[in-house]
Structures are given as structure tokens and as C-alpha cells.
Write a protein that binds this ligand. Structure first.
Ligand SMILES: NC(=O)c1ccc[n+]([C@@H]2O[C@H](COP(=O)([O-])OP(=O)(O)OC[C@H]3O[C@@H](n4cnc5c(N)ncnc54)[C@H](OP(=O)(O)O)[C@@H]3O)[C@@H](O)[C@H]2O)c1
Length: 233
């Protein structure tokens, strides 16, 4: 399995399985099946619950700073309880701040990014500072986010579908391969066995520079995960 080397020397597989929104009763079987297919990276995201109060206003703990939280995570590293620590949904400013106060630099910033939400400057800035970018929602949330948030799926994009036809791949495989070729790690979620396999089969072909450039043109700066939007990420 292709892997990326983190800034602390540990390796992380470039393809992972996102488990958020897999039905609790199905998680066990899906993880066992994915291990059989070769997956070795699991994003065990849970649901943080509703961060809004009864008036629809953000209701978050304002007594603990992100810096304090980060130093507590650094303690876990020094105690040998965890190997790598990272940040998620940090924009350029939060990332810069974290780099300034951290003794252990973040190994990863996990953010929403896909062909409709490319965030090139954030991705490149993280990479420049040795922070691996993991793309959550790497398929733009596909049908799940269309259903939940009413968003448009990049998998239906005619350009992506045209490229898929050319390579005899699916639009999902093109979106994932594009993510891998821009040196991001991708963690698509699926509850379907055939898609577990489909999503994993992105290491046996390469997109040309011309096609990478073409995909660059379909960026819509379009976030699909509206929960992250509410939180201002
Ligand atoms: N850090 C954060 O704030 C954060 C936020 C969101 C997500 N995440 C992580 O990122 C993971 C992935 O994000 P996500 O689930 O929101 O979005 P996603 O992986 O971009 O999209 C999931 C959707 O795509 C469908 N799908 C999967 N493979 C497909 C294929 N080959 N062709 C067509 N459709 C396909 C899935 O349906 P089926 O299941 O029916 O195949 C589901 O509807 C999550 O599971 C979670 O671990 C992290």
C-alpha cells in the first residue's frame, strides 16, 4: 500500500476508509472486508453532536484555548501514548498559529478538499511546512451530502466524467487519484463492498499533467460539508 512519510518519520497509507456515517451495525463487517482488500488506514471519525444551542447559536467551550489543547496532546506524545498528532479543519491562520506555539509540529491537517473545493493555497502552505494534508470528504460527499445538505456532487461533473471515460475508470476513482497525485491522503467513506474495492483501485494508473491541470479548472471553491461551515472551518 502506497504511503506518505509524516514529518516525524512515521508512514501513513495514502488511502484510508472514512467510517463516519457508516451504520453502527455495519462498521465491523465493512472494516473486516476492507482489511481483506488491503486497507490499513481507518479514519474513526464520530459525530461530535450538535454544536448549536436552542437559538441556533454556536455553543462551544470557550474556556480552553486551542493552544492548551495542543500542549495536552503533545504530552501524550512525550508519554509515548500516541505517535502522531494533528489538526483538522484548520485554515491558514489557525495552522500558522499552531506552528508558532507547537513543540511537536502537527503531522497532519485533515480538511475538506475535492475537485470542487481544491483549496490549493491551504494545501500547499501545509505541505510547505511539512504538514501532510488528509482530504476528508474526498468525493465531495457524493450522494450523502446531496441528501443531507442539498449540495452538488463533483462526481456528476461532465469534465470529471469525460476524464473517467478516457481512463476507463469511474469519476470517483479520478477524484481520488487526483487527490493522491496532489500529495494528499484520501479517506473516502463507503458502506458498499464493491465501492470499497473501486475506491482502492487508484494505484494502477496515473493522470497526465494535462488532465491534472484540467481538473484544476473545475474548482468551485465549494464546501459541501455544511456542519464544518457552521463551525466556521
Ligand atoms: N474532520 C472532519 O471534520 C471530517 C468531516 C467530514 C468527514 N470526515 C471524514 O472523512 C470521511 C469521508 O467523508 P464523507 O463520508 O463525508 O464524504 P465522501 O467520502 O466524500 O463521500 C461519501 C459518499 O460517497 C459515496 N461513495 C463512496 N464511494 C463511491 C464511489 N466509488 N462512487 C460513488 N459514490 C461513492 C458514499 O455512498 P455509499 O456509502 O453508499 O457508497 C457516500 O454517499 C468520513 O467518513 C470521515 O471519516 C472528517
Amino acid at each position: 500500500m502506497a504511503a506518505i512519510t509524516l514529518n516525524n518519520g512515521f508512514k501513513m497509507p495514502k488511502m484510508g476508509l472514512g467510517v463516519w456515517r457508516i451504520d453502527r451495525k455495519d462498521v465491523r463487517d465493512i472494516i473486516i472486508n476492507s482489511i481483506k482488500l488491503g486497507y490499513r488506514h481507518f479514519d474513526c471519525a464520530g459525530d461530535g453532536g450538535n454544536p448549536l444551542d436552542e437559538d441556533g447559536v454556536l455553543d462551544i467551550d470557550t474556556t480552553i484555548s486551542l493552544e492548551t489543547t495542543w500542549h495536552a496532546m503533545e504530552d501524550l506524545v512525550s508519554k509515548g501514548l500516541v505517535r502522531s498528532i494533528g489538526i483538522s479543519n484548520y485554515d491558514v491562520f489557525l495552522t500558522r498559529d499552531c506552528l508558532a506555539y507547537s513543540k511537536v509540529k502537527p503531522a497532519v491537517n485533515q480538511i475538506e478538499t475535492h475537485p470542487y473545493f481544491q483549496r490549493d493555497s491551504l494545501v500547499k502552505s501545509c505541505q510547505k511546512h511539512g504538514i501532510c494534508v488528509t482530504a476528508h470528504t474526498p468525493l465531495g460527499g457524493a450522494a450523502a451530502n446531496t441528501e443531507l445538505f442539498g449540495t452538488v456532487s463533483c462526481l456528476d461533473d461532465p469534465l470529471l466524467q469525460g476524464i473517467a471515460e478516457k481512463y476507463k475508470k469511474t469519476a470517483a476513482q479520478i477524484a481520488l487519484r487526483w487527490g493522491i497525485q496532489r500529495d494528499t491522503v484520501v479517506i473516502p467513506k463507503t458502506s458498499r463492498l464493491e465501492r470499497l474495492q473501486e475506491n482502492f483501485e487508484v494505484f494502477n494508473f496515473e493522470l497526465t499533467k494535462e488532465d491534472m491541470d484540467l481538473i484544476r479548472t473545475i474548482d468551485r471553491k465549494y464546501r459541501t460539508n455544511q456542519t464544518c461551515q457552521v463551525l466556521g472551518h
